[in-house]
Design a protein around this ligand. Structure first.
Ligand code: 3EB
Length: 362
């Protein structure tokens, strides 16, 4: 029997380590994103990496998430998008400055306009390369909760995103990708995406109204994302869980209580995992086998969120933490996760067997 190598692997490693890797180690990289404040510019100019200006917990170093594939990969650039693809997967990213795109007579706000431009460019690339299904979008931009042009910026983003989906004849309900949208400490609009030629299935959460059906009290256009997406790659079931918050139905619960919000996020993630296992009975997705990325609004809440997560998931939890604004002003924490693919937690110090970047300790 041969050991089947996973078609996709997630590596979490300190940014400083990424820069040291040689050609061999880089060959299997699809791309990724690095997080720190100020933004860290990795020395990976030939690969699609986002530099996101987002603080790590106090004293913790810049960290990168790196997606790998064992398939032969080629890199390219189309317009603003840097990408890298194999036969099955394509990872791409772009960073745009919203101050440069708006025409004076444009009725769209600058953020709405740059968002629509970015998503149009992404869909053009994907159509041209026959990668029709997106597994996951990551969206990062500054001042996500700030009001400008008489509308919260997250709501402006939602209009631009939805218009690009509609403009490319894509569905904005039901069959939509998993995603997240978080506030950065600075910089422009940064979007990363992972697309595939395989069939992607959306997973919704029975505890939550689908975000694409949110009522208009949350903005004139509903957000275009699924609670999770599921795919079978190389015989393995994989799950990409969107940013998940303390929302039940369509309402925020536990105002001002970060511990209770964290537990509600985890109940939602557990419900998504259960729903994915119901759809794909052989998949065997487990909460304690996912890799988590956790966005906490207030740095002083990090320890509480970490403690609640370790209690819920178990001591073997793989999670890394970032300080970010979440896309409703009353949300204090948002948690995303993925699993079914291979995961290698980072070893900042290879001489000691522990994994300091993805551990439950502070
Ligand atoms: C929510 O459930 C919280 O706009 O892409 C989570 C995941 C959220 C993705 C997005 C927003 C997005 O509504 C916010």
């Amino acid at each position: 029997m041969t050991t089947m190598e996973s078609l996709l692997r997630l590596d979490i490693l300190p940014a400083a380590r990424l820069s040291q890797l040689d050609g061999d180690a880089r060959r299997s990289m699809l791309g990724g994103a690095c997080f720190s404040h100020p933004a860290y510019l990795p020395d990976t100019t030939d690969l699609p990496f986002l530099s996101v200006d987002m603080p790590r917990p106090p004293g913790e170093a810049a960290l990168c998430e790196v997606w790998h594939s064992p398939e032969p990969l080629v890199s390219g650039q189309q317009g603003p998008i840097r990408y890298r693809q194999g036969a099955t997967l394509l990872f791409g990213c772009l960073s745009l400055d919203e101050s440069t795109v708006a025409a004076l007579q444009d009725v769209r706000t600058p953020l709405q306009s740059v968002t629509e431009t970015a998503y149009q460019a992404i869909f053009e690339l994907l159509d041209a390369h026959d990668f029709h299904a997106v597994l996951r979008f990551w969206n990062y931009f500054p001042a996500i909760n700030r009001e400008s042009h008489a509308m919260e910026r997250y709501r402006q983003f939602n209009i631009g995103r939805q218009d690009a989906f509609l403009g490319h004849g894509r569905s904005v309900v039901g069959k939509v990708p998993a995603a997240c949208a978080l506030g950065t400490a600075g910089g422009g609009l940064h979007i990363a995406f992972l697309a595939t030629r395989a069939d992607v299935i959306g997973v919704e959460n029975p505890r939550q109204l689908s975000a694409y059906h949110y009522p208009s009290q949350y903005g004139p256009r509903s957000p275009t994302f699924a609670r999770a997406s599921r795919v079978k790659l190389g015989g393995r079931d994989m799950l990409f869980i969107s940013g998940t918050a303390s929302i039940v139905g369509h309402q925020t619960l536990h105002h001002g209580d970060v511990a209770a919000q964290t537990r509600e996020c985890l109940h939602n993630i557990a419900a998504i995992v259960a729903e994915a296992n119901r759809q794909a009975p052989g998949a065997g997705f487990r909460l304690d086998a996912l890799a988590y990325k956790v966005y906490v609004r207030h740095p002083e809440d990090m320890a509480t969120v970490r403690r609640e997560m370790a209690q819920f998931i178990g001591a073997s939890m793989l999670a890394f933490f970032l300080q970010a604004d979440v896309c409703r002003a009353d949300l204090l924490v948002e948690i995303e996760a993925s699993g079914g693919h291979a995961i290698s937690p980072c070893q900042a110090d290879s001489s000691n067997g522990s994994s300091p970047c993805l551990s439950t300790s502070a």
